[in-house]
Ligand binder design. Sequence first.
Ligand code: SF4
Length: 255
Amino acid sequence: MPVTKTKSKLKAKAAKPAPASVKAVAPPRDYKPLDPKRITDLLNRLNAAYPDPKCALTHRNAWELTVATILSAQCTDVRVNMVTPELFAKYPTPADLARVQPELIEPDIRTTGFFRNKSKSIVGAARKVMSDFKGKVPETMDELLTLPGVARKTANVVLGSWFGKAVGVVVDTHVYRLSRRLEITKADNPVNIEQDLMKIIPQNKWIDFSHQLIWHGRKICFARKPNCAECPLENLCHAADKTWSTVPIHKSARP
Ligand code: SF4
């Protein structure tokens, strides 16, 4: 058997999750979760694990990404990606959606949940794009926020992933949960979490960082039973709900 295989077998055996039996404690006084060295370490490990992070919502232009992000609220990207091809085939442009009543598209987006509100937002956004922005999705935060159904999360997705503008940090459910587990924020609402992250993450990393946390939340740091034994951030993380730990668990590090 090749040496590498033997080693990886041994490693797997050694890393077999022991329960997170460590009793949760208060962080030591000299613990600084925002220490620049720790943040750099986190960023480097995320870069190594997710070197080319991309938005998981299928889209071909800024308008499609806007609609897909509105649809992604309380819904998985996989589900959104099942719905949007047909929706965009029927209504390819904002002009097409601006012309219809919201009720007409409800059946097309029903499976994404909250379909009544979402259909109103999408048609409302299409009408606004037509009336105020000559049919083009605007490229500034202030203008994007005038579109019905668009709050900072959607605006940051569109600005970052389509226009390549790092105006803020996307805070979705994954970024919310992971940044609290990792103790890089204590805030409990997306607006304040975004402000905290913007202070500690270099601006040129804002776009990638949010995508990386989103991917990490999808693949390893699940809401329930995170897969800590496989996590590249493990010894930097003191989350109270870890499933396995080599470091002390902090009572306050809650998702
Ligand atoms: S160690 Fe566990 S809780 Fe912490 S980031 Fe990794 S998967 Fe999430």
